[in-house]
Write a protein that binds this ligand. Structure first.
Ligand SMILES: Cc1cc2nc3c(=O)[nH]c(=O)nc-3n(C[C@H](O)[C@H](O)[C@H](O)COP(=O)(O)OP(=O)(O)OC[C@H]3O[C@@H](n4cnc5c(N)ncnc54)[C@H](O)[C@@H]3O)c2cc1C
Length: 452
């Protein structure tokens, strides 16, 4: 029997890859470390997406779900939260995939290693013809699965960048972990908001997620004037943070940028620029002092929220041959188009199996992981990636090469605005995106946070 395609991760892109495989009758196994589908999305369940439903459902998955007859399609024009994306799409899709002949979706199954069966990284001979050996830590203990191909859609969510500017945790960061939150706390939830009541909060990061945190804290501060915020930015100024490109585009940024700008200039937030964190120390009174590499200090800090982006985990790929951009850890061909230092909010060329292929034959990094550390990725891009990759794995090079990446006329930045305000998102003017719309061109949205 043919070894299955192993798909790492039951996130939106891993499940889309499985839907493509199911449609083509390719055997597949999805291995998911979490306990159900969309485990990473669950980490930001309260965040409202920039994209509408029409941009968040993979075409092959839609066909599969509709054929199953048990799915109620969401209204294409709505903007779900991460939690709704999971509940109304990812989880029903995973259930259908799990009952597909030749397919399985396994939870609590963490991939710990991918290699060529019987051949470590050094061995050249016979490499291409051999199956992969996928090492898994599952509910029943360690396992080794053989795979005809591996599609790594494990995302980056589990590996947030640290506060430390060197790329490693700052001195004292680990020791003070109980006061540091990575990611996007749900500040509309009274239980998580209570943590910040009356506190001095340092927020590190500059992207949309960091701005969402500033907006959330500003809302809390309306009822709790004791809250104050220090916004730590690595760059000399906020620059284009509230827009998508340069300062001329501020008005086109959407509601989030505007709300964040209002929060940042409200007196609640003290901007601390050119701040590259070196250490976090505990004061005598138990509060924290954060010190930068050039000796600036932010004192009397109670809580820190780090929203400085994410990075992929290559630890379990050490026995396969990869060729990645050295700065981003992204597919090389994509790097020039997505590097946040050179790119604000422009186009990503259509791409598929050719651009994503690695020196290790039949191994593909897709989805958020294919962008490495770049804080910009769209689900639609990933859906197109896996459509092409799975077609190539099926030997259908005509379909695989026919890569198209066409986003709707309104663009994807356009509907954006408030992460947590559905009406504002839906009401955002068509054509008012952060990039300045281009009807048929893909648009980028920065979600990961950026490093200031
Ligand atoms: C706050 C936020 C808002 C966003 N908003 C939008 C938006 O509006 N529009 C848009 O198009 N995109 C948006 N994105 C970007 C992107 O579409 C999502 O991040 C999407 O979830 C990426 O899908 P993925 O499948 O590549 O990765 P993930 O969703 O991260 O899924 C990866 C899965 O792999 C699992 N996994 C990880 N490691 C292993 C392992 N070793 N073994 C087994 N399983 C593993 C994880 O548990 C997870 O379930 C947003 C992202 C964030 C963070």
């Amino acid at each position: 029997m043919q070894d299955p395609v192993v798909i790492i991760g039951a996130g939106p892109i891993g499940l889309a890859a499985a839907a493509d495989a199911a449609e083509r009758g390719l055997p597949f196994v999805v291995l998911e470390a979490g306990q159900d589908a969309g485990a990473a999305v669950a980490g930001w369940a309260h965040v409202r997406l920039f994209s509408s439903w029409s941009e968040l459902v993979d075409p092959a998955a839609r066909r599969l779900l509709e054929a199953a007859g048990t799915w109620t399609p969401p209204d294409d024009s709505g903007y779900p939260t991460g939690g709704e994306w999971r509940r109304d799409y990812l989880q029903p899709l995973a259930a259908v995939l799990a009952s597909t002949p030749g397919g399985s979706v396994r939870y609590g199954a963490r991939v710990t290693g991918v290699g060529r069966a019987g051949r470590d990284l050094m061995v050249d001979s016979g490499r291409e013809g051999d199956p992969f050996a996928v090492h898994v830590e599952g509910p029943g203990g360690p396992e080794r699965l053989l795979a005809s191909a591996v599609v790594d859609a494990s995302g980056t969510w589990t590996r947030p960048n640290p506060l430390g500017a060197d790329g490693y945790p700052a001195l004292g960061e680990t020791e003070n972990a109980d006061r540091i939150t990575y990611g996007i706390p749900d500040l509309a939830d009274p239980a998580s908001a209570a943590r910040y009541a009356g506190k001095h909060v340092a927020v590190a990061g500059k992207g949309a997620s960091a701005q969402g945190v500033l907006v959330g804290l500003a809302r809390l501060a309306q009822a709790d004037p004791g809250i104050r915020v220090s916004w730590l930015l690595r760059r000399p100024s906020v620059g284009d943070a509230f827009g998508g490109g340069d300062n001329d585009q501020l008005e086109q940024r959407g509601k989030l940028g505007q709300d964040a700008k209002a929060a940042a200039t409200s007196g609640l937030v003290t901007q601390v620029t050119e701040f590259r964190t070196e250490s976090v120390t505990t004061q005598d009174d138990g509060r924290l002092t954060i010190t930068s590499t050039d000796g600036q200090q932010v004192t009397d800090v109670d809580e820190v929220i780090v929203v400085t982006g994410f990075r992929p985990d290559f630890g379990f790929l050490s026995e396969v041959r990869l060729d990645l951009d050295p700065a981003l850890g992204a597919a090389r061909v994509l790097a020039g188009q997505i590097h946040p230092d050179h790119h604000s909010c422009g186009d990503v060329e259509p791409h598929g199996y050719k651009e994503l292929s690695q020196p290790e034959d039949r191994l593909y990094l897709v989805g958020m992981k294919s962008y490495g550390r770049a804080p910009s990725f769209l689900a639609m891009t990933g859906y197109e990636q896996v459509r092409s990759v799975v077609a190539a794995l099926d030997g259908d090079l005509e379909a695989a090469g026919r890569v198209e990446l066409v986003l709707p006329a309104t663009g994807v930045c356009n509907g954006a605005g408030a992460f947590d305000d559905a009406t504002a998102v839906a009401a955002a003017p068509a054509g008012g995106g952060c990039c300045g719309p281009s009807p048929s061109e893909p648009q980028l949205v920065v979600v990961g946070g950026g490093c200031g």
